[in-house]
Design a protein around this ligand. Structure first.
Ligand code: PMV
Length: 322
């Protein structure tokens, strides 16, 4: 990462520098990824957009626009709203950023397992870099935005901010180099929202408690998920969607054993399979939030979407991949 010498001069005159960050779905491996096992994740074609403007005077501020709410915050390590603390943590990664106002638009449901917080952090970082003429690679952005993610998640694996910054489909293992996955064909995913709110921090803590109480059993369960993840990668690379769907179903069963599913998520996964999905599972933190289903083609994707919507679930189809 390099800061151009004229960065400060540009910062005061460049208006409305823009940035973007992707949302993500975890195809397999959420939670065990916090404890060092691999996860297979795909960036979503939707996420967050940010626009940053330099201010004459501090403090830095931000407005976040969600589908149903607006939140205005000031950058402050003691801010009552986590977005204010996260903005402060992100700005602290710049050696000499001017005071800024950032406008962020989120095109994903928040608190739903789709990496909304990471998408916002990456979009802001991208906009701030444009504003300050900072050159940063996607993997450097992934490292930088961990400071932002920690405010929300306590102990994030880093998969969300990595996918938000880097895009595509990849095998992520904490502390190891990201492994890109080459797909034979685009994947058609149907994402359905349970309508139940979930806090990633709480769900991660719930799993950590189970691991502490029963390290051998839960460790074995994580190892079993890791095997599913590695096989899913092979299935993806071979274009074997049927096998991938089965592996997603198996991962869902193990996530349920960790108490991360809910009756509503079970209902949505069952409806997706009934409508022809090759597999369906909780995605992200669980305990509410979203499920994801794998469709073999566009006709089935539409059928799954209709089935989920008939149950009142806010849903969308996402095409991810090459
Ligand atoms: O709920 P989300 O979108 O923040 O996804 C969390 C994924 C976890 O594996 C549960 C946590 C993590 O840091 O990897």
């Amino acid at each position: 990462m390099t800061a151009a010498p004229e960065a400060e001069a540009r910062a005061t005159c460049a208006p409305g520098a823009r940035g973007v960050g992707c949302g993500k779905v975890i195809l397999l491996g959420e939670h065990s990824v916090v404890h060092g096992r691999p996860a297979l994740a795909a960036a979503l074609p939707r996420g967050a957009q940010a626009e940053a403007r330099a201010l004459e005077h501090g403090p830095s501020t931000a407005r976040f626009v969600f589908a149903d709410a607006r939140v205005d915050v000031t950058s402050d390590p003691e801010a009552s709203h986590p977005l204010g603390r996260a903005l402060c943590a992100l700005l602290a990664t710049y050696e000499s950023a001017p005071p800024v106002h950032v406008h962020v638009q989120l095109d994903l449901p928040a608190g739903a397992g789709l990496g909304a917080s990471a998408a916002m952090g990456v979009a802001i970082s991208d906009a701030l870099d444009a504003l300050t003429a900072t050159v940063r690679s996607p993997s450097e952005r992934a490292t930088q935005t961990l400071a932002w993610e920690r405010v929300f998640h306590g102990n994030p694996s880093g998969v969300d901010n990595t996918m938000a910054a880097v895009g595509g489909v990849a095998l992520f293992t904490r502390g190891a180099a990201l492994e890109r996955v080459r797909l034979r064909q685009p994947l058609l995913l149907v994402v359905g929202h349970s309508g139940e709110a979930s806090e990633t921090k709480e769900m991660v803590a719930l799993v950590a408690q189970q691991l502490e109480r029963e390290p051998a059993r839960i460790g074995e369960l994580f190892d079993a998920i890791a095997v599913l993840v590695r096989n899913a990668r092979l299935a993806l690379e071979a274009g074997d969607l049927r096998a991938l769907g089965q592996l997603m179903d198996m991962n869902h069963t193990l996530l349920s054993a960790l108490m991360l599913s809910t009756p509503r998520l079970e209902q949505l996964c069952a409806a997706a399979r009934e409508a022809g999905a090759l597999g369906a599972k909780v995605t992200g933190a669980g305990g509410g939030g979203c499920m994801v289903a794998l469709a073999p083609d566009a006709v089935v994707a539409e059928r799954v979407l209709t089935a989920l919507r008939a149950l009142g679930a806010e849903s969308f189809v996402a095409e991810v991949g090459p």
